[in-house]
Design a protein around this ligand. Structure first.
Ligand SMILES: [Zn+2]
Length: 420
């Protein structure tokens, strides 16, 4: 009888992978079941050491770099070829869960373990990666490990960013790196054949559709703004309404009109999450209102249209006040490499796991890597789309399915013929 050759996905051990999630969640565990693991903190260094230990048990060689990105290398048959990188991040928001980021790193480790168990070496080396400071909650902004690696930001610039206590990234990174024993530092920005990031969806689409695998087509475009409306403080009882420069009333008119301008199409994401008023006293006409705008959509044309509406509306609705609109971030929408998306879809089909194309609503390290090498992402469902919360939850069967699709995709990419 002809023997069917077994795929790497046949060697994925779902319960081992689940147990590692629970083990890693102890580093920075919160009383409510969540995780608080700031980038470059002591608890993150502990979690990092645990991952290095797991990697060493498999014979993987750890490497790091100037910003403490962590790599675990499984050597391919031709070590001179650019490696496939697979991973995500292990830092969390202060009210984080057990799966955001961690799933991508542990699924990558499980993938390499499955490939080793199967017994055939890939052509290219495969490296598990944990990028430094994806979340940006301790050191803002986020995605800086991958940003510095890909040369979009210099390490010197990153090093100067401080946390709320005044500690710089450089000091925190040095503290983490000083704990590394026998982990060589490599240069930033080496050639990569492809990058794969598995991640929880952080949205409700897959769960609602009952589909365990999302083949991420791209990341939606974003613009973020800060708006300062300057009026004049006055007595709430004596200043005539018509003569007031009421900064809050002007801001409210702006926010309301901007909200209406972003109603269509229905998947336009528009959020005003920050609003401060000063002097913020009940009997004083507000002298200043300050608010944020967060705008996102998969199509740049939509983002750009709402952007011009925001600029028009803030001028029209300011009335007798002054307005200052500053765009603090602008990221174009992006579409991941078709060959990587096709490889993910093929891998899911090959093992009979249903998949669908899906857009990423949130940013990921894959955004930075997209400009460096062919890149793709695999999403799995999370309960009610909740993340950045102790309530974040993922079904064990989806963790397993994600790792199975990840390993077959990684194997496919790592055995495809050069040049790439
Ligand atoms: Zn994440």
């Amino acid at each position: 009888m002809p023997r069917m050759s077994r795929r790497p996905s046949d060697f994925i051990d779902g319960s081992r992978l689940w147990d590692r999630h629970m083990a890693l969640a102890r580093f920075g565990a919160r009383d409510d079941g969540g995780v608080d693991r700031p980038a470059l903190s002591g608890v993150e260094a502990d979690a990092r050491a645990q991952i290095v230990a797991w990697g060493r048990e498999l014979g993987l060689r750890p490497f790091t770099d100037a910003v403490a990105n962590l790599f675990l290398r499984y050597e391919g048959r031709d070590p001179s070829l650019a490696p496939i990188l697979v991973g995500s991040h292990i830092d969390s928001q202060p009210t984080g869960g057990k799966f955001d980021g961690v799933f991508g790193v542990l699924a990558a480790l499980e993938a390499v373990q499955a490939i080793i168990a199967r017994g055939e070496r890939p052509l290219r080396s495969i490296e598990v990666v944990a990028w430094t400071n994806e979340e940006g909650s301790r050191f803002a902004p986020g995605m800086t490990g991958s940003e510095v690696f890909t040369g979009k930001r210099s390490a010197q610039e990153l090093f100067q960013i401080r946390d709320a206590k005044g500690i710089t990234v450089q000091q925190a990174a040095e503290a983490v790196l000083s704990r590394d024993i026998d982990i060589p530092q490599r240069a930033l920005g080496f050639p990569i054949a492809a990058f794969l990031e598995a991640h929880i969806e952080q949205g409700p689409v897959l769960e609602k559709a009952g589909i365990p695998i999302g083949v991420v087509s791209g990341i939606q475009g974003t613009r973020r703004y800060r708006v300062r409306v300057a009026g004049e403080a006055a007595h709430a009882g004596t200043a005539l309404r018509a003569e007031r420069k009421d900064a809050l009333m002007a801001a409210v008119r702006m926010i309301s009109a901007i909200d209406r301008a972003a109603l269509e199409p229905a998947d336009t994401m528009l959020t005003v999450g920050l609003l401060t008023v000063s002097p913020n006293a009940p009997s004083v006409v507000p002298a200043e209102a300050f608010f944020s705008i967060d705008l996102r959509h998969p199509q740049d044309e939509i983002v750009d249209r709402v952007d011009s509406e925001i600029r028009r509306i803030t001028e029209v609705e300011k009335g007798s006040c002054e307005v200052e609109l500053i765009q603090i971030a602008h990221a174009r929408s992006l579409t991941f490499a078709s060959e990587v998306r096709a490889a993910i879809t093929r891998a899911a089909q090959g093992i009979g796991i249903p998949s669908m194309d899906i857009y990423s609503a949130a940013g990921h390290d894959a955004r930075q890597l997209h400009y460096w090498c062919p890149t793709g992402m695999i999403f799995i469902p999370c309960h009610e789309g909740i993340s950045h919360s102790p309530k974040e939850w993922v079904e064990p069967e989806h963790i397993t399915a994600g790792a199975r699709v990840l390993v077959d995709t990684a194997w496919d990419l790592a055995t495809s013929k050069p040049p790439r």
